[in-house]
Design a protein around this ligand. Structure first.
Ligand SMILES: Cc1ncc(C[n+]2csc(CCOP(=O)(O)OP(=O)(O)O)c2C)c(N)n1
Ligand code: SF4
Ligand SMILES: [Mg+2]
Length: 351
């Protein structure tokens, strides 16, 4: 059996959010992943983030490729739109859907194999075009679904379960996203929900291309000594640059951070990202500084997590293309096909 439905029973005393949904309403089918897989923790963080943001489930479109990670949209947001694409093709399908209907919130879920190998050509263009989405890579350094081959994000020198040493240079998707022009770039760890939930909330509230690389240990094939994507390794080498709070528009402001250690940025939708700086050197509004910081810490063998970079006033693909405010899929036929007279005028203007 590849999926198991959850019982529909709801305890009447479950807490509801502002739009009347319980946390259970954001769940999906019962996961069939290995017990302890980091991907399940990421699904739980997505559920929590959407519930806390008071998002109406029908406003979300979740898209994925192929892999254990790409199976996970079946395990959350069971009342949302979903599209499980071909391996590595999620970004182009998401881009097309976003162009057709700009009113949905787009959640792209992928794996390190799905995005950093077969889907690399798609991944880079979705980011550089500024597609309005929250793009999450569940990064375990292996192809989990096909039995644990090294993926392109596996660190040089890391050792597979069978004892093979990886000789290839790794692709760091965070560094790549910064270089490509993504306007919200973060790294999380599936084992740190306190950090991950606000990172996801901030990405969903962000307008533009938001990317989160989440280190997500594969307990079946990449959680042994010698792996740099295991629970033990990431816990030992995790260097968080900040702690994030996301304050939705009109929410009461409660200050709980020491003055002088907090950066606050307001996003398009009026939400505020409040960043408690753990590393005094790091300014998340400076792309070049973020790239330097990442490289410097990586050279020391540290896994940098937190919100690395944000441009709170970024534009998105619709702004770049100057599309109309009405979603294209809601335009009537007479607007979409204005007839030969209008076409003749356009042609005349181009002569
Ligand atoms: C076109 C095509 N090529 C290869 C495969 C085989 N395949 C399935 S999943 C996968 C890699 C998945 O790795 P990743 O995206 O890291 O997901 P994980 O299972 O690790 O979460 C591959 C190569 C496929 N399904 N389709
Ligand atoms: S094989 Fe790895 S990635 Fe796939 S479900 Fe099992 S632990 Fe998770
Ligand atoms: Mg993987």
């Amino acid at each position: 059996m590849t999926w198991i439905a959850k019982p529909a029973l709801r305890h009447p005393s479950l807490a509801c959010n502002k739009v009347g949904f319980t946390r259970r309403d954001y769940e999906g089918k019962i996961s069939t992943l290995c017990a302890g897989c980091g991907h399940d923790s990421i699904s739980a963080a997505i559920i929590q983030a959407c519930w806390e943001l008071d998002i109406q489930p029908h406003r979300v479109a979740k898209l994925s490729g192929i892999g254990c990670s790409s199976k996970t949209p079946d395990y959350f947001l069971g009342q949302s739109h979903g599209f499980n694409t071909v391996h590595g093709r999620m970004p182009s399908v998401l881009t097309g859907a976003n162009l057709a209907n700009r009113e949905l919130l787009y959640l792209g879920v992928s794996g390190d194999g799905d995005s950093a190998s077969i889907g690399m050509g798609q991944f880079v263009h979705a980011l550089r075009r500024g597609v309005n989405m929250a793009y999450i890579v569940e990064n375990n350094g292996v192809y989990g679904l096909t039995k644990g081959q090294f993926s392109a994000t596996a660190d040089q020198g890391s050792v597979s379960k069978r004892g093979v040493v990886n000789a290839d240079s790794p692709i760091d998707l965070v560094g790549l996203a910064l270089q490509l022009g993504a306007t919200y770039v973060a790294r999380g760890f599936s084992g740190d929900k306190r950090q991950l939930v606000p990172l996801i909330k901030g990405a969903i509230a962000h307008r533009g291309a938001a990317f989160i690389d989440v280190i997500s240990p594969c307990v079946a094939f990449n959680n042994h000594d010698g792996s740099t994507k295991s629970y033990a390794w990431v816990r030992e080498h995790n260097e968080a640059v900040n702690r994030l709070d996301v304050i939705p528009p009109r929410a009461e402001i409660a200050v709980d951070y020491a003055p002088g250690t907090t950066v606050e940025v307001e996003q398009h939708d009026g939400s505020r990202l409040r960043l408690h700086k753990l590393d005094a050197d790091h300014d998340p509004r400076d792309r070049v500084a973020a790239m330097n910081h990442l490289q410097a810490r990586q050279a020391r063998g540290e896994v940098v997590t937190g919100l690395l970079y944000v441009d709170p006033q970024a534009g998105d693909l619709h702004e770049h293309l100057r599309t109309v405010a009405t979603p294209l899929n809601a335009l009537r036929e007479d607007v979409l096909v204005p007839g030969p007279d209008v076409l003749a005028k356009i042609n005349a203007a181009l002569r």
